[in-house]
Design a protein around this ligand. Sequence first.
Ligand code: TRH
Length: 356
Amino acid sequence: MRWDIFCQIVDNYGDAGVCWRLARSLSSLHGQEVRIFCDDLATLNLLASGVDESIKQKIDLLPWEESFSNARHPVKTPDVVIEAFGCELPERYLAGLFIAPVKPIIINLEYLSAEPWITEFHAKASPQSHGISKYFFFPGFQPEVGGLLLDPIPLEGTLTAQQIPPDLQELWSMLQPGAKRMSIFCYPGAPLRKWLEDLAALGEDIDVLLTHGHAELLNLYSEKQIALPKNLQLLSMPFVSQDEYDWVLSQCDFNIVRGEDSFVRAQLAGKPFIWHIYPQADRAHEVKLAAFLDLYLEEATQDLRLATIAAMTWAMPSEWLKSLDSWTTHSKAWRGQLLEKQRDGGLAARLLRFVG
Ligand code: TRH
């Protein structure tokens, strides 16, 4: 079938990251014809870079305006229209659908959530005055909702240390032998400087991989240099491809991730992680985090529960790092449970079944 995905980039990379990952899955794993209309093509192209040309060329990445420009032949009517994260379709594009001989189905693809209430809204109709059928679709962890965007599933062990991505080889050569490795991808509001100073004071050899832009966050290049003992080495990464980022997550002992897509990738890496959830004004993010932790820690010991909740709410590492080993065991088990629950193929497969 033909899919039109509309991607409006609010900020950061996740809107593009999720839309690109979905398009890639629908196209290369499910043989669908996919176009993405995006209002910030530069960001989308950044996320789509580093993917095999044979995959990328099958997906049309188009500017938002192309969806209704009459310059070209009238836009081919799609079978499915995805409004990613509830973005509004362009009026003139919608008008084009009204005159289409066969109407598409419109899907409002929501943000990923672990909250229980989404089970009541998932797959429910959202009646529109224009009469074209539209449905809510909630990605999530529970069996009766939209599932997780998993592809490509980083199979344990295949992302071995030997396959160091080319643009990480120099950085990888600087790692301290035998040191713990942590990657950091968080929002500016995190107490990162204090967190790293506390971590360094524990005396362990640790290499901290700062993802694109985080070194600036720490004013590493300014006079207010963060003063860290040499057992903690800060290494700054370029912005790498999604698959290379998966590789980094799998090679680290601990990861700080954020938003939506890296949050899922960290779980698939089977390693302990802090989820720096996207902060919302009305503190709704705290409800979302609590809902996830309820699921994530359902089978954890009380000690691990306390350690994980402390870590996820930015307590200093000296308060919870002693639980790292049991957290690592738990993370592997959680990855296994996730893959088991999503063995139907997760979000892309469930979308296909829903519209099929
Ligand atoms: O960038 P984010 O903070 O995006 C967020 C989420 O989309 C959130 O839902 C939304 O409300 C908010 O923006 C506005 O985090 P996220 O979701 O992890 O997206 C980052 C994407 O970037 C993800 O696909 C991984 C990818 N990435 C790379 O490809 N290379 C890299 O080097 C890094 C660090 C990330």
